[in-house]
Every structure is written in structure tokens, then in C-alpha cells.
Design a protein around this ligand. Structure first.
Ligand code: CUA
Length: 181
């Protein structure tokens, strides 16, 4: 029989189920249960799942909070052509990062082994915060302020990428977070 000739048996779909197929269906179902259980389990037992807080905020209010931090704690100017301020807030404080077309602003400088409350929000539309090589990924949307507790445990320069397509210069939406000893 080929696919263009009609099947011999008209009720071809009404065959008893093959034993091996039944075994596969059972295995897949059981694995699905394991995976479903792992989501809540790993959230509690794993150490790479972020529990974040979310608050309603307007883009203007978020920008103002970030600007206040920048005004207070800028320590130098970052590399050209953007010349963004490099901000070194006090250890353990609240730090703010603005997502916008097509920047992460400002450049944060954090201290190793200190816990910060990192605030993230967008002032235009959806972006994706991707911290590499730590592989932390968070959706960043306007009107919501996400707060993540973060303790950098390794000094170095981390890259922040945008991983939600946000238009023409999406691929240039890159910045750095410095972690210093
Ligand atoms: Cu912002 Cu892509």
C-alpha cells in the first residue's frame, strides 16, 4: 500500500493499540508527571531559580529612581561612544537598571559577595535581560518593576544582552555589569 492508494481496511484508525505504542504513551505520561513535579520542587530545592518581586510603576517614576541613583553614586564615565555613567552604589543597596531602545542604562559596578536588590524595568516596550555568562534571564516590561536579589560570587565583567527582539537595533542592546573585589 502506498499513501495514495486507499487502505485495505476502511476502519484503519479503529485498530487495537500496539503494545509498544502503549508502553511509549505510558512512559511519556509518567515523564510528563516527573517534569511537572520538578517545576515546584526545583523552585524550592534548586539554587538557580529566581524568586522575584514585581511592582506596578510608571516609566517616568522608574526613570526618576534610576536617575537619583546615578546622580548620587556615579564614579566615572564609561567607554565611548555611549559615555554612560559607571555607578557604584553602596554594598547591599537597591540598584536600578533601565531597559530602553536600545540600551541598558547605566553601567553598574557591584561588589563581590554583597547582596543587592537589582531593579529592572523598561521605559518603552518589552526587552529581555540576559546576564552572561551567569545565564540569568528575565523578561523586562514597561509598567512593572522587577526586583531580584543578586549576590555576585565571582569578580569580573558580565555582559547584559537583550534577548527579546525589540526592533532595528536589538542586537546592539548590550551593556556590562562590573563585579569588583
Ligand atoms: Cu531590547 Cu531586544
Amino acid at each position: 500500500m502506498t499513501s495514495i492508494s486507499p487502505p485495505k481496511n476502511r476502519l484503519w484508525w479503529n485498530e487495537p493499540i500496539e503494545k509498544v505504542e502503549l508502553i511509549w504513551i505510558t512512559l511519556v505520561f509518567l515523564w510528563g508527571l516527573v517534569m511537572a513535579f520538578m517545576m515546584p520542587y526545583w523552585h524550592v530545592a534548586g539554587n538557580q531559580n529566581l524568586s522575584n518581586e514585581t511592582y506596578k510603576i510608571t516609566p517616568a517614576a522608574y526613570l526618576a529612581k534610576t536617575q537619583a541613583m546615578v546622580d548620587q553614586y556615579t564614579v566615572r564615565t564609561g567607554p565611548a561612544p555611549k559615555n554612560f555613567p559607571v555607578v557604584h552604589p553602596p554594598a547591599g543597596s537597591d540598584v536600578y537598571l533601565v531597559a530602553r531602545l536600545w540600551d541598558w542604562w547605566p553601567i553598574l559596578e557591584l561588589e563581590k559577595d554583597q547582596t543587592y536588590r537589582v531593579h529592572l524595568s523598561s521605559i518603552d516596550w518589552q526587552h529581555g535581560f540576559s546576564l552572561q555568562p551567569a545565564a540569568i534571564n528575565i523578561q523586562v516590561v514597561p509598567d512593572y518593576e522587577h526586583v531580584v536579589s543578586l549576590t555576585p560570587n565571582k569578580a569580573g565583567d558580565y555582559s547584559v544582552f537583550c534577548n527579546e527582539y525589540c526592533g532595528l537595533l536589538h542586537h546592539t542592546m548590550i551593556n556590562t555589569i562590573h563585579v569588583v573585589e
